[in-house]
Design a protein around this ligand. Structure first.
Ligand code: PLP
Length: 416
């Protein structure tokens, strides 16, 4: 060992305030956008402020109280008395995968009501965990007829039925109560993806007999992506305990997660503190607004958008009787370049709308008015911009017709 001279650290510790560190990358400065696609939508300003709240430790009593609030608020928004109501730390599909991974064992029969891309996601996840999957495919733009699910339940013993409440890829809202009742009769668990619908339209977990239900934060709840609130009942919990062996996942093991999100506070992962704050604030806003008022706001804003689109001579996609009230699929008119229109909306107006997946790609746009954006002013802004962009490309609609129809519709709706 060589003796070294004492080092003077004063220069690194006491840096003059005027001496700026060398900046190799530009300041973080993303553009401001109006997010009217399929999610994420613009978060509530209050949720953004919650994200900037100081962090505390996850076993700090002040934090466990916040966790308790998140669980209680989740029950209100899911409309359930379930003991288990907590979020999985991850984007919405982490909640879907946690339920399937924790319930399913290799060889279990799963029936998926599949009417869009997120039905495919259920099939894919279930297969990865070794399930024997039967997919009941409905044409895109239609619902899965509940009779078809009942027929599959009658045909063979089924461990689990999985179905999406509102599929973002097709803009269709699936009725669930009849399927819920049938699952009790045939002793299958009903797992529902309510990622799009939660906070945007009626979702009644207990009355519809949904055994497990998973939501998302970045659509109608008005937060950023990154938390998957979910709830499940005793039937699901019994299935978790009845497994022959633990599920092949640690991060998404519901028994471990529920032990963490309970009075035991058994250490699992480090809570993403800021995201827990954001989820709490988003759910608190839903509670303050009231469920009925919030659903009505989504219906009204989206109906105004539809009135405007139709006044412009545009045609909607899908079964109108089962249209989801937070997203609208509109057909691209003959001769119009689908992607170019989206590009110009983004470049010239800072508005994001979305392309479509699979069989609908290139044929429709998806316009979502969700959460904080489920407001008349967003509908009117999108309509005005769309009219400008379409007319610049040769599409002819009566000038101002879209915005006028939306405003007139909103006024009429307010009187009615
Ligand atoms: C957005 C969405 C998902 C996936 O959510 P991520 O947060 O991207 O994981 C799942 N299901 C539906 C119906 C959705 O709309």
């Amino acid at each position: 060992m060589r003796a070294s001279a004492p080092v003077d650290h004063s220069e690194v510790l006491v840096r003059p305030m005027t001496q700026q560190p060398r900046r190799r990358f530009a300041d973080l400065n993303p553009p401001t956008r109006l997010l009217c696609g399929s999610g994420p939508s613009n978060p509530e300003p209050r949720v953004l402020r919650a994200l900037a709240t100081p962090l505390i430790g996850q076993f700090d009593p002040a934090f466990t109280e916040i966790m308790d609030d998140v669980m209680a608020l989740g029950r209100l928004v899911f409309q359930t008395e379930n003991r288990r109501s907590f979020p999985v730390s991850g984007s919405s599909r982490s909640g879907l995968e946690a339920v399937l991974a924790s319930v399913l064992e290799p060889g279990d029969r799963v029936v998926v009501g599949n009417y869009g891309r997120f039905g495919d996601l259920f099939c894919e996840i279930a297969r990865r965990y070794g399930a024997d999957v039967t997919s009941i495919d409905a044409e895109w733009g239609t619902i899965v007829e509940p009779d078809r699910v009942v027929a599959e339940l009658k045909a063979r013993p089924t461990k689990l039925v999985a179905i999406v409440h509102a599929d973002t890829s097709t803009g269709i809202l699936q009725p669930l109560a009849e399927i819920g009742a049938a699952c009790r009769v045939y002793d299958a668990l009903l797992v529902v993806d309510a990622v799009l619908s939660i906070g945007g339209c009626e979702l009644d977990v207990d009355r519809w007999q949904l055994d497990a239900c998973i939501g998302g934060l970045q659509k109608c709840l008005g937060g950023p992506s990154g938390m998957a609130p979910l709830t499940y009942n005793e039937r699901v919990e019994a299935a978790l305990h009845a497994r022959r062996s633990p599920p092949p996942t640690n991060y998404l093991d519901l028994l471990q997660l529920q032990a963490y999100w309970s009075a035991d506070r058994l250490n699992h992962h480090t809570a993403p503190t800021s995201m827990v704050y954001a989820l709490r604030e988003a759910l608190r806003i839903v509670d303050e607004e009231g469920l009925d008022a919030r659903w009505m706001r989504h219906r009204a804003a989206n109906a105004a958008l539809v009135a405007g689109l139709e006044a412009m001579g545009l045609e909607l996609f899908g079964d109108r009787a089962h249209k989801a009230p937070m997203i609208t699929l509109v057909r691209v008119p003959e001769g119009i370049d689908e992607a170019a229109v989206r590009g110009q909306l983004l470049d010239d107006f800072g508005i994001e709308i979305m392309a479509a997946f699979g069989p609908l790609n290139g044929l429709v746009w998806r316009i979502g008015l969700m959460g904080y954006n489920a407001r008349l002013e967003c509908a009117v802004t999108v309509l005005g911009a769309l009219e400008h962009v379409l007319s610049a490309r040769g599409y002819r609609a009566p000038s101002g017709a879209g915005q006028q129809a939306a405003l007139a519709h909103a006024k009429g709706a307010a009187v009615a």
